[in-house]
Design a protein around this ligand. Sequence first.
Ligand code: ZN
Length: 329
Amino acid sequence: MVGPRSSANRVLAGTFVAVLAALLPLLGLGCGTDSDWPKDHKGPKVAVSFAPLYCFASNVAGDDAVVRSMMTTTGPHDFNPTDIEARLIRNANLLFINGLDLDEELATKLQRGSGNKSLKVINLGARIPADRLLEGECHHDHGHDHPHEHASDPHIWLSPDFAVIMTEGIRDELKVADPSNAANYDRRAAEYVAKLRKLKADGVDLLKDKKDRRLVTFHESLAYFAKDFGLTIEGVVQKKPGSEPNQDELNQLLKKCRDGKVRLIAIEPQYTANTSAETVLNELRRKGLADAAAVEIDPLETANPAALTADWYERKMRANIEELAKAMK
Ligand SMILES: [Zn+2]
């Protein structure tokens, strides 16, 4: 699920942003488009890297701060900033990122390109206790061959428990940035945390009678989600995100599923041509696992901008859990 990016592309994009940022004052840009900050709002200007963080921040911000997401249709593995993001970051006060090697480079690039020296970048992943992080593949093409064997799995937002920790991190920073509204941030964060806890409790309840809680995932994105809801990930179709498995890997996965009778494969709605997932499914059905099935679980890395409202995260997570509940036995 990661489009490999060449380092040349990144350098080009970085230069592009830097040049644009330098030109912006000359062009007189920055007048009230949707992708700009509202002129009449006195509160903190809060940028976030991608969609789940937009929801966490918006719920805490209420009317006291303005929140903008840098990414929507392109996810954190494939994103390169444009002039719109550079312009937003130029006047932002805070930038919340996921961290864990997912979006730090983007933050550096944005900050450098925008020339905003007073921007405070907050790494929310750094608040997750280290002993609760799981090992994962490094998602990024760093433009060199240095292996990241002990990289942590960055998909923390897919755990409601971790979403709570991230929300509390946003609350604490907003209170520092805007102390006169501290009580409001406290109140709204508490309300949202209650919703996140309810989201988890409802999910656990919906899945509680499922006997077979095993699944294969399309890419390595659901480990924390699985932990929160007591599921077992038996294998991954795309070991290296974005690249199809070779015949050997496919055979190994098939054998594992056949032998263990693992019948569910999680697919991602963003990738309609899940060919390798389909291959696995068809093979399983052909080899006698008649009830093998695909279940659509959105890793929430991309969002339709029109649908990205403060309650998007809850809606999408609930839809994921309901899909799973329908498919699981
Ligand atoms: Zn991912």
